[in-house]
Design a protein around this ligand. Structure first.
Ligand SMILES: Cc1cc2nc3c(=O)[nH]c(=O)nc-3n(C[C@H](O)[C@H](O)[C@H](O)COP(=O)(O)OP(=O)(O)OC[C@H]3O[C@@H](n4cnc5c(N)ncnc54)[C@H](O)[C@@H]3O)c2cc1C
Length: 382
């Protein structure tokens, strides 16, 4: 009755990692609408060493970049030389490395250039150049990115917020990664410059008017007509990510760090949890075991994403003066920040700071707590 044990909609990094993890034991079809895995690129490609390790994609590394400069709205800057190793990657190669491993698994099939267009109960209707066909699977996985159709078909709750991002390349000779912060730069997020070799990826994300702010920011560096790419960054994970025999993973589930918009490490971590739960379901023939995925991914990174969302909400509310003071504070606490920063688990540095009363007293002066107590209480009891 089933064509496959699992059908995965979306051949991005989370879909491919999941296929790789289960593909020795479970029959899998991965459906990808693009002709080529990893393209088009919609990513700044800045990740931790932990992310590279989890994906086993060392060959996608272009450069190591441990120096980050944070610019405040009024022109102050803080230089952070992180102890943690951070890398600029070639994002298409990153995805292709995972894909090439997945496709070698004996029970995995890929259909590229094929779009999943709707569901009919447990059957998924696919369209490609040869026409329409239906595929039936015991488990359906939505790894179909930020604008997940699988989430819509099966009425999953929404993600908290969608940020809209634009990016392009400019000629550039500096070496350090730069982050620009400010109400007039990117009101609810930030803009970035990530150098490659003689060029840089320049981008910005925001909730409001992203293209307007991006063009403004870009005009500081060039007025040339450039090829701009856009993408959506979903933050604030969906309230549930499993429904019956359907699960969501990666951007489709909103498993993205709200502080930075990075979703590679979190998506891959969750895809591995999905793989464990799926194997259990297939071997026990008990579909209820799929809910273990929900419990286990939340145990691993749920708190971190929750903390990140709180920081994001505070970031949206603070003034440019407070942003300025925060950047000065990072300069004062340079050693503490450099030794403890972990871009995948930023809450670690907050916990560390808590041990130094002088530091948290300073933070409370920068961002007066009375302004944020209602927000924190709402977040805790929501
Ligand atoms: C501008 C920008 C910069 C970013 N920078 C970083 C960064 O520096 N570091 C970082 O960690 N993360 C970054 N991210 C986030 C990161 O790109 C995502 O978190 C990551 O790609 C999520 O992987 P995924 O597999 O869940 O989804 P995706 O990579 O979006 O893959 C989903 C796949 O599903 C396919 N698909 C969708 N619908 C269908 C359908 N109906 N049928 C068939 N196929 C379908 C799509 O073609 C796509 O290939 C950035 C995102 C953006 C937009």
């Amino acid at each position: 009755m089933w064509d496959f044990d699992v059908v995965i909609i979306g051949g991005g990094p989370t879909g491919c990692i999941l296929a790789e993890e289960i593909g020795d034991e479970v029959s899998v079809l991965v459906v990808e609408e693009d002709k080529e895995i990893g393209k088009p690129i919609r990513c700044a490609g800045f990740v931790s060493e932990r992310c590279i390790k989890e994906a086993d994609a060392y060959k996608s590394i272009l450069k190591q970049k441990n120096k980050i400069v944070i610019h405040s709205p009024k022109g102050k800057s803080a230089v952070v030389n992180t102890k943690e190793n951070l890398f600029v990657i070639k994002r298409d190669k990153f995805d292709q490395i995972i894909f090439k491993r997945a496709i070698k698994k004996k029970k995995v099939e890929f259909e590229l250039n094929t779009k999943a267009i709707r569901n009919d109960g447990n059957a998924i209707l696919l369209r490609n150049k040869d026409g329409l066909k239906t595929v039936r699977a015991r488990i359906i996985v939505g790894a179909d990115g930020a604008l997940s159709n699988v989430a819509k078909w099966f009425s999953f709750p929404p993600v908290n917020t969608n940020l809209y991002a634009f990016q392009t390349y400019i000629p550039h000779n500096k070496e350090e990664v730069e982050v620009f912060w400010g109400k007039d730069i990117a009101p609810s997020f930030f803009s970035w410059i990530i150098p490659e070799n003689g060029t840089a990826r320049i981008g910005l994300a925001s909730q409001e008017n992203p293209y307007f702010y991006f063009k403004n920011f870009l005009n500081r560096f060039t007025d040339e007509k450039l090829k701009i790419t856009g993408g959506v960054i979903p933050i604030g994970a969906r309230k549930n990510t499993v429904k019956g025999n359907v699960l969501l993973v990666g951007d489709a589930a909103g498993q993205v760090k709200p502080t930075s918009g990075g979703g590679l490490y979190t998506g891959i971590t969750c895809a591995k949890e999905a793989a464990n739960a799926i194997k259990e379901v297939i071997f026990s023939e008990d579909i209820k075991k799929l809910s273990k995925y929900e419990r286990n991914w939340r145990k691993k990174i749920g708190r971190e994403l929750y903390f990140g969302m709180l920081i994001h909400k505070i970031r949206c509310r603070i003034s440019d003066e407070e942003r300025d003071r925060f950047v000065s504070f990072v300069s004062h606490c340079k050693e503490l920040v450099e030794n403890n920063i972990d871009i995948d688990y930023l809450s670690k540095i907050a916990k560390k700071m808590w041990k130094y009363p002088a530091t948290w007293r300073e933070i409370l002066c920068i961002i007066p707590p009375y302004r944020f107590i209602p927000l924190v209480i709402r977040s805790i009891f929501k």
